[in-house]
Each structure stands twice: as C-alpha cells, then as structure tokens.
Design a protein around this ligand. Structure first.
Ligand SMILES: C[S@@+](CC[C@H](N)C(=O)[O-])C[C@H]1O[C@@H](n2cnc3c(N)ncnc32)[C@H](O)[C@@H]1O
Length: 290
C-alpha cells in the first residue's frame, strides 16, 4: 500500500476534507469525484451549507483539489442547485465562474438522469429527475479512456445498415445547418459506440444508511473513463464510501475524508466485507487450480 505524503492510500480519514486535502502531495491524484453536502437554508450542519455561503465555503476546497490533482487528471463535481422561494438559485452557475477564476477549465457537463425518479406534483415545476456532473480540468490535454465506457450499438442498426444510400457513404452535413456531420458507413460492422453525455442510473433506494449516496454505477463510470488500474481516486466527501467501493472493485486506489463517524464506519465495514469476500474467492480459485 502506497503513501501520499503523511497520508496512506486506501483510507477514509475522519476529518474535515479541507484539513485532509492540505496534507496531500501536490499533483498526486488521478481523479477526484465527489458530491458535496447540499446547500440548504438551515444552520450549517454536516448535511448542508446555507445557500448564501455556499460559494465561499467551497472555493478553498476547490483550490486544494486543484493543487492535489495531477496536471492530466480530472475533477467531477456532482451538484444541483436548489429551488427556493419559487425559483432556481444560481449558486452553481456562479460557482463555475468563480472556479474558472481559480484557473479551472470547465470541460463538460454530464447529466445524471435519475431514471427511477418517483412521480410528484409541484405548483410551478415538475419533478427534478437529473443532476449535474460538472467535469473540470487543469489543462485541455487530460487522460480519457473513451473505449472503456462504450455501449452496445443496438438492434436498430440491422435494418438501418442493410441498404446504404449514396449519402450514407460520405460525410453528410446536417440539413438544418447545425454544423453536425456524420458518415453512416463508418459504423457498419461495429457492435459498440461511444455513449452520450447523459447517464441513466437509478438513485439508491436500498438501505445504505445515507440519504444521498451515489449509485455505484456513477463513480464507476467516471473511474473507468478517466483512470486505469492502480491509479488514485479521491473523494473528499466520502459519505458511506461509494467512490471507495467503486475504486476497489475496479482495482484503483482510493483516498478520502468523511466527517460523520456513522457514515465512515459504515463505509469501512462494507469495504472490509468486499476485501474478505474477494480473498475467499481467490483462495477458492487457487485451491481448484493447484
Ligand atoms: C452528499 S454526501 C456524499 C455521499 C457519498 N457520495 C456516498 O455515496 O455516500 C456529502 C457527505 O459529506 C460529508 N461532509 C460534510 N462536510 C464535510 C467536510 N467538511 N469534510 C468531509 N466530509 C464532509 C457529509 O457527512 C456527507 O456524508
């Protein structure tokens, strides 16, 4: 197990993330993915920060995140602005602008579509069924393993590719002048394609002891896209450790902080269970192959 300055890899530290981040070495982390506490209107708690203070609270953290991220690494921030007094608040948009002033490049915005969102009725809007996953970088050239997240092309191609027209065989630019072009024949005989920037994952409904835990598919998807085996993934707001679990399952290292002892203990218990299950599976395999 490696070390990152005075901190150990594969640990969740029981402390304020700002304190923990300051102890990490500069340019030492491959991917940072996190979902910070929500903005709320209550007094500051572990579970929320007042809307008016949100940007000033987060900026020192994003600055430290920038310091510890490798130059070719990525930072994925899962966040969604609250609606308050009948309107969406703008603090996430303002935060993006402030982070750009810190030197961050805002590379992309992925949408997490919560595909199991339960129906409801609100007077001036519909049920919120998506959240932002903002992708930031320190430079335009960064590590991205796109082939690792390819998806099946789907059965519709059998019919579509049967008889290709002349237009299908050359690059065809959009008739509505959007600037978008495609060459259909390039995709014949392929069974996989690159995904879109909309990710369809259900929210977690089972008993994970946390009201805002990631579905494991979410950190897993970004870990596959932005890291390779042995790389280091950081989550400064670890909650019940979903990012750590995803990293462990994908053979990456993890490190993080969680201020709430109940959540941290849960995370450590689940990680230990996985490690012991894997060790048992491996020894069973060895027994039969000796
Ligand atoms: C939205 S939850 C993250 C859930 C996590 N993604 C998971 O899958 O379990 C935010 C977490 O940040 C923790 N937290 C709040 N302030 C913190 C701080 N300053 N340092 C570290 N953890 C903090 C909260 O206790 C909460 O568990």
């Amino acid at each position: 197990m490696g070390k990152l300055s005075e901190l150990q890899l594969d640990r969740i530290y029981p402390q304020d993330c700002l304190h923990m981040l300051k102890k990490l070495k500069k340019n030492s982390i491959d991917l940072i993915i996190t979902s910070p506490p929500y903005a709320n209107n209550r007094k500051k708690t572990y579970d929320g920060v007042p809307i008016e203070e949100y940007i000033q609270w987060f900026l020192p953290i994003s600055l430290e995140i920038k310091r510890v991220l490798k130059p070719q690494g990525s930072f994925v921030l899962n966040i969604k602005e609250r609606a308050h007094n009948g309107e969406r608040r703008t603090y996430v948009l303002e935060l993006i602008l402030e982070m750009k002033k810190q030197g961050w490049l805002w590379t992309e915005e992925y949408i997490w579509h919560k595909k199991n969102s339960f129906p409801g009725k609100w007077p001036n809007r519909f049920r919120d069924a998506w959240e932002r996953c903002l992708h930031f970088n320190k430079q335009t050239k960064f590590k991205m393993y796109q082939d690792a997240v390819m998806v099946p092309i789907g059965d519709w191609t059998k019919q579509r590719f049967k008889n290709l027209s002349k237009t299908d065989k050359r690059r065809d630019y959009s008739k509505v002048k959007s600037g978008f072009g495609k060459n259909v024949s390039n995709w014949v005989d392929r069974d996989k394609v690159y995904p879109t920037n909309v990710l369809h994952f259900p929210t977690v409904c089972s008993n994970v002891n946390h009201s805002a835990a990631f579905p494991i598919e979410l950190p897993s998807w970004f870990i596959k896209l932005f890291t390779k085996k042995g790389d280091v993934v950081l989550d400064p707001f670890m909650g019940v450790g979903t990012t750590a679990l995803a990293a462990k399952e994908l053979k990456r290292h993890f490190i993080g902080a969680e201020i709430n002892q109940k959540y941290r203990k849960h995370a450590i218990k689940v990680i230990k269970e996985i490690v012991s299950r894997k060790t048992k599976d491996a020894s069973k395999k060895n027994k039969y192959h000796r």
